[in-house]
Design a binder for this molecule. Structure first.
Ligand SMILES: Cc1cc2nc3c(=O)[nH]c(=O)nc-3n(C[C@H](O)[C@H](O)[C@H](O)COP(=O)(O)OP(=O)(O)OC[C@H]3O[C@@H](n4cnc5c(N)ncnc54)[C@H](O)[C@@H]3O)c2cc1C
Length: 404
């Protein structure tokens, strides 16, 4: 494996880094103050930043070149360091139209959408004009096993009727979110992995009720938010079905792979920035007559963090490389590995950085608290750690016992 970045990726890294230095980092404080005081409202400078990013060609970089004309032409391996740079500020990826859950939803629509579905939803998503949500998880069942999903999707003439309750629908509180991809069951009597289907539901369709926003460690993640949503006799045309009845589980597998690797790429950026901030902080503080950076315990924390960030980075690049060369299915073990390793690594590195900052580390004066929350929640979102370990362990035993 050769992880030397291509010239194209290096040129984009330089451009993206400059953009971040000039336009994003200087607005971090203003953004934090705005979102704290203005629930469910957009940061007023966001649209201007998006226009600038688009004009600079820093737009939709996540969509791999296997998507042909829809893609700006990067491989996952080329995109990884760019996502890492974006991850240094928790809200930056949206500026480049590279944020969750839209990236996963755009991949689904690019891969499985009909020309009409693409015109109606993919085009405005790719233009950054609207946003979207992915409704899979349900409060009443253990949703880390997607076969438990109970929402019903029943055909009635030219329409499907949808009934169910979802929660943790990220982005659904956002006033710009205009469409949901909903997972439910079209045939609960079919074989376990073909009972499910995915269907497009425009936000605001009669019968859709956004019940409440869920908080994450006391914060609403405004303006995206995470909603609990009731679907009661919601009717949509049959043309809103993705692929066909029974394809939901297969689509979910395809969607969650890229989503997971993107989270990991961004988390590495967050962890790297936490380490950088830690180094700067301990170099400028003195206790008991000694610069804090000179204490052995602090140096050990820094050294351990540097090793862990680089290990996670290389593992993530290796997953990206495998997806590029063999596809999502073949890369599933590596995707499980990074999903197990990277969020925990981020929590550990950020935790050390918080400790080294003292009281400052837990307040709004650094991005560290936000980074820790991001790492901690990704240990659950897109499949909890244990589920990835359960599957990776099973595959590892299977490979070891079937190989000769
Ligand atoms: C911030 C955030 C954003 C999210 N965004 C979305 C979204 O946009 N759309 C969406 O549909 N969902 C979203 N989710 C939901 C997320 O994907 C689910 O919470 C996750 O899949 C777990 O499902 P659950 O909450 O039902 O937990 P459960 O399935 O009830 O699992 C609870 C716990 O049981 C244990 N467990 C489960 N299986 C095993 C096993 N095989 N071995 C050992 N232990 C096990 C684990 O400790 C697990 O954490 C989000 C969640 C969070 C926190």
């Amino acid at each position: 494996m050769n992880f030397e970045y291509t010239e194209k990726s290096k040129a984009l890294q330089a451009k993206l880094d400059k953009f971040m230095q000039e336009h994003i980092f200087p607005l971090e404080k203003e953004h934090a103050e705005f979102v704290e005081k203005n629930l469910w409202k957009h940061f007023p400078k966001l649209e201007m930043l998006k226009e600038l990013a688009r004009a600079e060609g820093l737009w939709n970089l996540f969509l791999p070149k296997s998507y042909g004309d829809l893609s700006p032409g990067l491989s996952n391996l080329e995109y990884a360091p760019l996502a890492e740079l974006m991850g240094r500020v928790t809200w930056a990826s949206e500026v480049f139209n590279c944020s969750a859950p839209d990236t996963g939803n755009m991949e689904v629509l690019s891969k499985y959408g009909t020309p009409e579905q693409q015109k109606q939803w993919l085009e405005p998503l790719q233009a950054g004009k609207i946003r979207s949500a992915f409704l899979m998880t349900e409060p009443q069942v253990a949703s880390s096993d997607a076969t438990n999903i109970e929402t019903s999707i029943v055909r009635d003439g030219d329409e499907y009727v949808i009934n169910g309750r979802k929660w943790w629908s990220s982005g659904a509180m956002n006033p710009s979110t205009k469409v949901y991809i909903v997972m439910g069951k079209t045939d609960p009597t079919a074989q376990r992995h073909v009972q499910q289907s995915m269907i497009l539901v425009p936000a605001g369709t009669p019968g859709v009720t956004v019940v409440r926003p869920l908080s994450v460690f006391g914060n609403y993640d405004s303006p995206e938010g995470h909603a609990e949503i009731e679907l009661k006799d919601v009717r949509v045309p049959v043309s809103n079905m993705l692929v066909g009845e029974g394809s939901g589980f297969a689509i979910a597998q395809g969607r969650l792979g890229p989503g997971r690797i993107h989270h990991c790429m961004r988390l590495i950026g967050a962890a790297q920035r936490a380490l950088d901030l830690m180094c700067k902080r301990v170099a400028m503080r003195t206790t008991f007559g000694k610069t804090v950076s000179k204490y052995s315990s602090i140096r050990q924390d820094i050294a351990k963090s540097r090793c862990e960030v680089q290990q996670a980075r290389l593992l993530t690049l290796s997953a990206a490389d495998k997806i590029d060369r063999f596809g999502i299915k073949e890369a599933k073990d590596l995707i499980a590995m990074i999903k197990i390793v990277v969020p925990t690594m981020t929590c550990n590195v950020v935790d050390r950085a918080i400790q080294a900052h003292g009281g400052m580390g837990v307040c709004q004066d650094t991005p560290l608290a936000g980074f820790w929350v991001y790492g901690r929640t990704v240990r659950i979102a897109d499949g909890p750690d244990e589920v990835h370990m359960y599957q990776l362990g099973r595959n590892t035993v299977r490979q070891a016992t079937t190989e000769v």
